[in-house]
Ligand binder design. Structure first.
Ligand code: DAH
Length: 360
């Protein structure tokens, strides 16, 4: 009997000492498994005398139940402890300061913002948005736009050329967005009404020029499109873009090979130190080039200039971004300075819309 008591003590000690469910299972198998210590003793009951069996039977069964219960209890305790440990390690400290989410950290570059604003305004006027490649052929960048070979106006463009190909032709980085005019028109049929914002390149670098910059081209072609439409379109765009009702523009005669007549457009402005206010004051600021599309350009695109006519304009996106948002130095646009971007950039979800406000 004292052997049995010793066995009970040993098993219960082992149950208590089991640190996890795996160790506890080992203890169970050693005691109650097929070849476990208690099971072996139970097997011996058959060989006992009836008196012995009467005494040992209940004692062994009692031990079996006791050990079984102890194991179940320990199992539950281990399970609860595991949950407690997990809860403790996964605690959320709600008193920690909130970390800024990536969305509120990021900024939309002012050029992207202005690009989107211009697209929203012309989109509302029924213009589609077209694209052309940054790497252009001489044909689309110059020839189709009525700059013949050797024309002096080509010299004004400070073109970046690639190495000549075997046939002598050279690809180039487009010097303006105007090549999208012919590229788009030759793909479709008039009437046309589109803008083409994009990257442009010229071998020029100083305070007011960067080798890469941005332009937006605009074009309308129909049977009766005239300069009055051009003036209205530009005034309406500029009023909307500068968010003022007082836009006043004037046309100055100019020259571009692809328009006839050609004009440059100035807007009325006031200069107050570094600040420029559009729509008031006595000064004029050059803002874009435009004109009536030259018949040769329409012919390049396979359009009959006897039947169709239209206007085109080209504007520097960087320039109107500087004017609208008071950005003094053009080069800062391309310097990727995060402090500058934090100051002049826009929140990612503040997308410009005409009803929601362009820049607010
Ligand atoms: N492509 C001209 C430039 O880069 C800008 C321009 C002027 C575009 C007149 C036009 C236009 O469409 O009609 O200097």
């Amino acid at each position: 009997m004292s052997d049995l008591k010793k066995l009970e003590e040993d098993i219960l000690k082992a149950v208590d000492a089991a640190e996890d469910e795996k160790a506890l299972e080992d203890v169970r198998v050693a005691a109650l498994g097929k070849k476990g210590s208690i099971s072996e003793l139970l097997k011996g009951l058959g060989k006992m005398s009836p008196e012995e069996r009467k005494e040992m039977g209940p004692a062994l069964n009692g031990l079996k139940t006791l050990v079984g219960d102890a194991i179940t209890a320990r199992k539950e305790a281990l399970h609860d402890a595991a949950i407690e440990a997990r809860l403790a390690s996964e605690t959320v400290d709600v008193t920690l300061p909130v970390r800024a989410a990536p969305l509120s950290e990021g900024r939309v570059h002012p050029i992207s913002q202005v690009w989107d604003e211009v697209t929203a305004i012309f989109g509302d006027m029924g213009f589609t948005v077209e694209e052309g490649p940054d790497v252009e052929t001489d044909y689309y960048n110059f020839e189709a736009l009525n700059f013949p070979e050797g024309h002096p106006a080509r010299e004004m463009h400070d073109t970046f050329y690639f190495h000549p190909k075997e046939d002598g032709s050279r690809l180039l980085l487009r010097t303006h967005t105007s090549p999208v005019q012919v590229r788009t028109m030759e793909k479709g049929k008039p009437p046309f009404r589109f803008i083409a914002p994009g990257r442009t390149f010229r071998c020029d670098s100083d305070q007011t020029h960067t080798p890469q910059f941005h332009q937006v081209e605009g074009l309308v072609v129909d049977e009766t499109t005239h300069m009055g439409h051009l003036k209205w379109t530009l005034e309406t765009f500029l009023a909307s873009f500068f968010e003022t009702d007082n836009v006043e523009i004037r046309f100055r005669p100019s020259f571009f090979p692809f328009t006839e007549p050609s004009m440059e457009v100035d807007v009325r402005c006031a200069r107050l130190g570094n600040e420029i206010r559009i729509g008031e004051g006595e000064d004029w600021l050059e803002i874009l080039g435009c004109g009536m599309i030259h018949p040769n350009v329409l012919k390049s695109a396979g359009i009959d200039p006897e039947r169709y006519q239209g206007f085109a304009f080209g504007m520097g996106i960087d320039r109107i971004a500087m004017l609208k948002y008071g950005i003094p130095d053009l080069r800062a646009f391309f310097e990727a300075d995060l402090r500058w971007l934090k100051h002049y950039g826009f929140q990612a979800l503040d997308m410009p819309t005409l009803d929601g406000g362009l820049s607010s």
